[in-house]
Design a protein around this ligand. Structure first.
Ligand code: APR
Length: 181
């Protein structure tokens, strides 16, 4: 029987729109230009207003696996942490490590700014084609590693845009699999 892993109480799995969350930082799944795009990137820029793009222009891009921070502008979130996930190319182009690096880079900025709450979308699982469940496992693993040694963050929210993604995160967290062989 698979014992449900006890999900750290600081980790929350939610369904919804990241732009509406009132947290210290929301994470944007951006591209290397940081000049906006579709998906969650487009949603964040629409919700933040034109000031976000102006601020992003001054950042001069971002490397895959790295992260850069801006204000939240018109959104409730105080900051936006922009990170660039890997494009899925089959899994043998260092994609898992690059995706893990996105989460580590975001946590480093959260620590630097002494944040107590942060919300992540499912980085790379949309336009970049990363298979959702392995991506969710990487997200949770890196989060557990960070939380094991850091107490400043009190809330890490994984905000899923659809029910299918939420069930991926629940499966990756071992929730809802109890009493199954
Ligand atoms: N809130 C939360 N999650 C969202 C939202 C939203 N408002 N909108 C989309 N998502 C989800 C998608 O359903 C997907 O699960 O975010 C996840 C990431 O998908 P994408 O936004 O397509 O990001 P990604 O796969 O990392 O591709 C990044 O797409 O938008 C462009 O500029 C971006 O070039 C970059 C690429």
């Amino acid at each position: 029987m698979m014992h449900p892993t006890s999900l750290d109480k600081r980790i929350e799995l939610q369904l919804g729109d990241i732009t509406q969350l009132s947290v210290d930082a929301i994470v944007n799944a951006a591209n290397r230009t940081l000049l906006g795009g579709g998906g969650v990137d487009g949603a964040i820029h629409r919700a933040a207003g034109p000031g976000l793009l102006e601020e992003c222009r001054r950042l001069q891009g971002c490397e895959i696996g790295a992260a850069k921070i801006t204000g939240g502008h018109a959104m409730a979130a105080r900051w936006v942490i922009h990170t660039v996930g890997p494009v899925w190319k089959g899994g043998s182009r260092n994609e898992p490590e690059l995706l893990a690096r996105c989460y580590r880079s975001c946590f480093a900025l959260a620590k630097q700014h002494q944040m107590s709450s942060i919300a992540f979308p499912a980085i790379s699982t949309g336009a970049y084609g990363y298979p959702p469940e392995p991506a969710a496992r990487i997200a949770l693993l890196e989060t557990r590693k960070h939380l094991a040694h850091n107490t400043t963050l009190k809330r890490v929210i994984f905000i899923c845009f659809d029910a299918a993604m939420l069930s991926c995160y629940r499966a990756a967290a071992g929730i809802g699999t109890e009493n199954k062989p």
